[in-house]
Design a protein around this ligand. Structure first.
Ligand code: TYD
Length: 203
């Protein structure tokens, strides 16, 4: 299984991906946890370029190609080999981040980005995507270049995510993360337990 977490900055992705990773380990599922941009030595170096506050002159297309370069490295170096060895993969952000941030947030062309997403990932799509639904811009601490945005651009990204979720109902599960953390975690586990049961039945 390939599981991704999506949502705007501050929606709880890193917490919930870690909680799910720990839960799966406890259930003796072979699993790895990775994040984007990053997750490999080369991709972490690309991440540093992307998040560096000094890199103000970066063009939107340069930026998206760097995200995709990092993704390509992560997919080929870690995700595909893990899935081949029957590991589950939990990934904090993936292709939908690029659609939400670069297409709906920055206005790049959907078809172009979809095409290069497919090229970078060799068409590898997640089995499950959790969209963490929270719009708490006041909790974002504006530390890096990418996080320096205003309310309107976050709203565009958030609405973009909701549109992607509506258009991909089979893969997407929307989880309200405005409630208590353990409640949101339990709602994630309700989805996961169905897949775990299917796996056990197949044995
Ligand atoms: P990060 O510090 O990892 O933020 P978060 O914890 O919210 O994931 O920074 C990643 C930033 O990069 C985040 O603001 C989202 C943005 N991003 C894109 O704009 N496009 C992408 O394709 C990806 C993967 C991330």
């Amino acid at each position: 299984m390939f599981i991704t977490f999506e949502g705007i900055d501050g929606s709880g992705k890193s917490v919930h991906s870690k909680l799910l990773f720990n839960y799966l380990k406890k259930k003796h599922v072979k699993v790895i946890l990775v994040r984007e941009p990053g997750g490999t030595k080369i991709a972490e170096q690309i991440r540093n370029i992307l998040l560096d506050k000094k890199n103000k002159e970066i063009f939107d297309m340069t930026e998206v190609l760097l995200f995709l370069a990092a993704r390509s490295q992560l997919v080929h170096e870690k995700i595909k080999p893990a899935l081949k060895k029957k590991y589950w993969v939990v990934c904090d952000r993936y292709v939908d981040s690029t659609i939400a941030y670069q297409v709906y947030g920055k206005g790049l062309k959907f078809n172009d980005i979809k095409k290069i997403n497919n090229i970078a990932t060799n068409n590898l799509m997640p089995d499950i995507t959790f969209f963490l639904d929270a719009f708490n811009i006041k909790y974002i601490n504006f530390q890096d270049r990418i996080e320096i945005r205003n309310y309107n651009s976050y709203k565009k990204i958030y609405d973009g995510y909701k549109k992607i979720a509506r258009e991909n109902p089979k893969r997407f599960f929307t989880i309200d993360t405005k409630c208590k953390r353990y409640v949101a975690h339990e709602n994630i586990l309700k989805v996961i337990d169905i897949f775990l049961k299917n796996k056990q039945n197949k044995k």
